[in-house]
Design a binder for this molecule. Structure first.
Ligand code: TYD
Length: 138
């Protein structure tokens, strides 16, 4: 969407059930927690610490990013402003709405980035040139 900004990108709390007998934690993501219905799940892992992922925006797809393990930084841009969010807790998710440029880097060893997406994979939904992204926001 043309008029989304980085203010629309927010960290959401994922409901966590801490086991009463000390057996650890369980997090649940139901569609009710999200402003969309999950259509696709994918995850990034074994990302070298000097690698950058993302580097695109989506025309229609919304995504929730969760650091299931380890940590990484997410830089989001709306063509005017940018902010960096570090994800390092499995009970926090970064909701990236459509029309936002994102870059993921600084992956720790063993980091796993889970992505819950609103749409099926469609290359036509991607803008992969930053200059085209900026034009799309004007
Ligand atoms: P890409 O979007 O470049 O990864 P990232 O943004 O995380 O750096 O995707 C890498 C490759 O995987 C590319 O060839 C497209 C393909 N792909 C799928 O086939 N299905 C998917 O759901 C995703 C996310 C990517």
């Amino acid at each position: 969407m043309k008029n989304t900004t980085i203010d629309n990108v927010e960290v959401i709390n994922i409901p966590k059930i801490k086991d009463a007998k000390g057996r650890g934690n369980l997090c649940v993501i139901e569609n009710a927690v999200l402003p969309y219905t999950v259509e696709r799940i994918y995850y990034l892992f074994d990302v070298p610490s000097d690698a950058s992922r993302g580097g695109h925006s989506h025309i229609a797809c919304h995504e929730l990013l969760v650091a299931l393990s380890g940590s990484f930084d997410v830089v989001v841009k709306d063509g005017e402003n940018s902010k960096t969010v570090t994800l390092n807790k499995p009970d926090k998710g970064l909701l990236i709405v459509d029309g936002i440029w994102r870059e993921l880097d600084n992956f720790s060893s063993g980091a796993v980035c889970l992505v819950l997406a609103s749409n099926k994979y469609e290359e036509e939904d991607y803008i992969r040139e930053y200059s085209n992204f900026v034009k799309s926001k004007q």
